[in-house]
Design a protein around this ligand. Structure first.
Ligand SMILES: *[C@@H]1O[C@H](CO)[C@@H](O)[C@H](O)[C@H]1NC(C)=O
Ligand SMILES: *[C@@H]1O[C@H](CO)[C@@H](O)[C@H](O)[C@H]1NC(C)=O
Ligand SMILES: *[C@@H]1O[C@H](CO)[C@@H](O)[C@H](O)[C@H]1NC(C)=O
Length: 281
């Protein structure tokens, strides 16, 4: 019996170890479906932040599109790393939670603060609500609040959320500030470029136009600058993109939850085996 029982315990230990490896936070996996954020994924890897981020259990990444991140991607690696750490909030915020914030402004702690290098609040971000919009900026007093919340890209409550913002936040002390892009996304006309491109693309024209007509005007400016070029090449990305925006939470959260279900099933099998080995004796 001793042998049977101890081998059952060994099995249990191994299974528990394996299931605990399935982690809820994997920023690479969260973003791999969204090519418009591939530069950020690459820069997290280059600055060796990926494993540091993935070790966290509750995190919100303020994501920048490939276009938006261009203004900082060429900076020296150490500077870039600090700036990127300032885009990783050590708490969970998706659209629901951001909109539910009662205070006009809230200070958020970032990964940069956890390095102990923060000075004058530059390890914090200030999240400010104004005219129904949500802005992010450095927590340093008087720092500009110019990075606008665009959308929630990925959410796995309450472990990982990825929210897109309009431009990089460079806190005082972490590098030269990024200028606000000349045409602010909200004041540019909603859909001219996609419409033009849709009209130029022969076959799927109607479907595509319908798609844009359906989307609320607020969404259009964000779509236009980041993805217009790829749309011109092929009609395919359009549905995929609108699918992304409307993607229900359950869908996004699927991989981790199915992973944990698998873990549970393993556990159930194991318990059965454990019981069976006693019964066998
Ligand atoms: C995270 O996801 C990527 C892409 O799916 C995978 O290659 C990598 O092994 C995962 N990392 C961890 C720590 O699970
Ligand atoms: C997800 O977050 C919760 C609450 O912060 C934490 O207790 C849990 O361990 C996290 N899950 C994983 C797999 O990290
Ligand atoms: C956040 O920024 C706004 C606008 O600059 C400012 O009025 C507010 O005091 C700041 N909040 C905090 C907590 O620093």
């Amino acid at each position: 019996m001793g042998l049977k029982v101890s081998s059952s315990f060994l099995c249990l230990a191994i299974l528990l170890a394996v299931s605990s490896i399935v982690s809820a936070v994997n920023i690479t996996r969260a973003l791999e479906k969204y090519p418009e954020f591939s530069s950020m994924t690459e820069l997290f890897a280059k600055t060796e932040l990926t494993p540091i981020i993935n070790k966290r259990q509750t995190i919100t990444v303020l994501a920048l599109s490939n276009d938006a991140i261009g203004s900082i991607s060429g900076r020296p690696e150490e500077e870039l790393k600090n700036i990127l750490m300032n885009h990783v909030v050590l708490d969970y915020f998706d659209e629901l939670k951001l909109k539910a914030l009662k205070d006009k402004s809230t200070l958020l702690t970032t990964l940069y603060q956890s390095t102990g290098l923060g000075q004058q609040q530059n390890g914090f971000l200030n999240c400010t609500k104004s005219n129904g919009k949500i802005y992010f900026g450095s927590g340093v007093k008087g720092a500009p609040q110019t990075a606008e919340y665009i959308t929630t890209v990925f959410r796995n409550p309450y472990n990982l959320s990825v929210v897109q913002i309009s431009m990089p936040i460079v806190a005082p002390g972490l590098g030269a500030p990024v200028k606000v892009p000349p045409p602010p996304p909200m004041s540019s006309p909603p859909a001219p470029s996609p419409t033009k491109k849709g009209a130029a693309t022969p076959a799927p024209g109607p479907a595509e136009e319908e798609d844009y007509a359906d989307s609320p005007p607020g969404l259009a400016p964000e779509t236009a600058p980041a993805s217009a070029p790829s749309e011109a090449d092929s009609p395919a990305p359009a549905p995929e993109k609108s699918g992304k925006k409307k993607m229900p939470a359950a869908d996004e959260a699927e991989p981790p939850s199915s992973a944990s279900k698998t873990g549970l099933n393993f556990g159930a099998v194991l318990v059965l085996g454990f019981v069976a080995s006693f019964a066998g004796f």
